[in-house]
Design a protein around this ligand. Structure first.
Ligand code: GAR
Length: 192
């Protein structure tokens, strides 16, 4: 990955805060062998769009029609020719056309140890609250390929963290975020 024409391109999808997206952007910021081509969000008010814009990265919003009906997002992706599409806190199901076009090139991060605590509606604090409710003694993160079912694609990597009896969903979220920030950029780098 040394010459300009071997630059690897990443596209990030996110729906909210974008703290993982920010860590990924910062990790590759000074590298000329990896480029974040676009940050895309379904949420026009998402902090992630402003953050990407501040880093002078193309920040694009799309709606359901562009995603699922007119395939405008698919066309943006095809034009960009990404090596990896990274879902970092992205809450919509990927359309079949995109999954088929970019087979084994779309990865997601999930804030629990899949197959536990996955599926539709299991995101962010809902996951951490379910983990606490079941008195789990550990939780973690799962980085996996994306297929047509929520959180069911092949697992690439999992990292664990111990939980104390005194945890709240806020402290669990902090522990999980810490793992995400440490490992997600590194795993992306390995995959590239
Ligand atoms: C992250 O913890 C990520 O694992 C989770 O959303 C958070 C986004 O935070 N993703 C899911 O729950 C997907 N099912 P961020 O926007 O600050 O990166």
């Amino acid at each position: 990955m040394n010459s300009a024409n071997s630059t690897k391109k990443i596209i990030i999808f996110a729906s909210g805060q974008g703290s993982n997206a920010k860590k990924i952007i910062e990790y590759f910021q000074d590298r000329n062998d990896v480029k974040i081509a676009h940050v895309l969000s379904n949420n026009i008010r998402a902090n992630v769009l402003k953050m990407a814009h501040d880093f002078e990265i193309s920040a694009l919003h799309f709606d359901r029609t562009a995603f699922y009906d007119t395939h405008e997002v698919l066309h943006v992706l095809k034009d960009a020719e990404p090596d990896l599409i990274v879902l970092a806190g992205f809450l919509w199901m990927m359309p079949t056309e995109i999954i088929n076009e970019f087979e084994n090139k779309i990865i997601n991060i999930h804030p629990a140890l899949l197959p536990k605590y996955g599926g539709k509606g299991m995101y962010g604090n809902f996951v951490h609250e379910a983990v606490l409710k079941n008195n789990e003694t550990e939780t973690g993160i799962t980085i996996h390929y994306v297929n047509e079912n929520y959180d069911e694609g092949a697992i690439i990597s999992q990292k664990k963290v111990k939980l104390l009896e005194t945890e709240t969903s806020k402290t669990v979220a902090e522990k999980v975020h810490k793992l995400e920030y440490e490992w997600f950029p590194k795993i992306i780098e390995e995959l590239l």
